[in-house]
Design a protein around this ligand. Structure first.
Ligand SMILES: Cc1ncc(C[n+]2csc(CCOP(=O)(O)OP(=O)(O)O)c2C)c(N)n1
Length: 323
């Protein structure tokens, strides 16, 4: 069990990291424009959460590349979306913050901080109403927990008794603002503790995140009510490509780099005999090839036609009625 999980976790965390390292490079070459928020350092939360949750709808913030990969989105479609190409998962019209694939129950990528939390509550209400048990996973940053939509969402989730797992990635910063300057609570889970079961987990340890989410998912399924997890993590890069992140001390960054989630997993897996150096080498090779193919695919894909501007704006009946 631990062996196959370790393999899966390593593969997706490393794939996520390499995809983002390459995306950063392509951004500086001018092949990617607009916003680009990297998850580097936070991969254990994304991968542990998606695999721990299993079946169910996902509502994500704009830092969602690794979440999408773990959910099964094709790296080629992700890279093409970052490049703004028509072959991208959102036809090149969304970019980095708007990866979206209903076939994977992956409902974004949302650029507005905390805006997806009410969506998640609504979706969970609908699923429960239809007699489905799976529930909904809503992921967001610590900054989002200072906004009204967060408190409205946790409140309604309790009042309506809907199965949402609220998972906060606490990386201590909302852009350049450190948590203690804007939040009355440094431990974010305390904001939800009086509403629902709420706990804190080491977000640099993929097994810890996975286990916590598996337990939470069981609670959602058994009781049909919400649950809260705060994962303590860190982003190594700036908030986005426009931010160097130099408001943080080198010592602070170094402290978290020493807890690197991928290195830690690798060392633990080798110590425990779950993975051999040869298996890791083979996965690394495969990942390098996947990234290369994704970039080739994105580079060789066309941009959307101008008429695409008028498509995918209205849905269903409106699309037929409104020219
Ligand atoms: C409603 C809203 N207010 C402000 C912004 C500008 N903004 C973009 S990201 C961000 C910080 C959010 O921080 P956090 O929720 O901790 O997520 P992280 O970037 O750390 O993953 C802000 C304030 C926004 N996009 N939406």
């Amino acid at each position: 069990m631990s062996q196959s999980l370790a393999e899966k976790f390593y593969f997706y965390m490393k794939l996520g990291r390499e995809l983002e390292i390459r995306a950063k490079e392509e951004y500086t070459k001018g092949n990617i424009g607009g916003f680009l928020h990297l998850d580097i350092g936070q991969e254990a939360v994304s991968v542990g959460a998606v695999f721990g949750f299993g079946k169910g709808d996902l509502f994500c913030p704009y830092r969602e590349h690794v979440l999408a990969l773990a959910r099964g989105m094709d790296p080629k479609l992700i890279m093409a979306e970052l490049f703004g190409k028509i072959t991208g998962v959102s036809k090149g019209k969304g970019g980095s913050m708007h990866l979206y694939e209903p076939k994977l129950d992956f409902y974004g990528g949302n650029a507005i901080v905390g805006a997806h939390l009410p969506h998640a509550v609504g979706a969970a209400y609908a699923r429960k109403y239809m007699g489905e048990k799976a529930g909904v996973l809503a992921i967001f940053g610590d900054g989002a927990t200072n906004g009204g939509s967060f408190f409205e969402s946790i409140n309604l989730a309790v009042v309506w008794e809907v199965p949402v797992l609220f998972l906060c990635e606490n990386n201590f910063y909302a852009i350049g603002t450190r948590i203690d300057r804007v939040s009355a609570f440094r431990d974010i889970y305390l904001k939800a503790k009086d509403y629902m079961p709420a706990l804190q987990v080491d977000g640099m340890d993929v097994f810890a995140v996975y286990e916590a989410v598996v337990n939470a998912k069981k609670y959602l399924e058994d009781y049909g009510k919400p649950y809260f997890i705060e994962a303590i993590t860190y982003r190594y890069e700036g908030h986005s490509m426009a931010d160097k992140g130099d408001y943080r001390s080198p010592r602070e960054i170094e402290t978290f780099r020493k807890k690197d989630p991928i290195e830690n997993l690798k060392n633990k897996a080798m110590q425990m005999g779950w993975l051999t150096p040869e298996q890791i080498r083979m996965m690394d090779e495969k990942i390098a090839q996947i990234i290369e193919e994704a970039v080739e695919f994105a580079l060789n894909s066309p941009e959307p036609d101008l008429e695409e501007l008028y498509k995918d704006i209205y849905c269903g009946v409106c699309a037929d009625v409104i020219p």
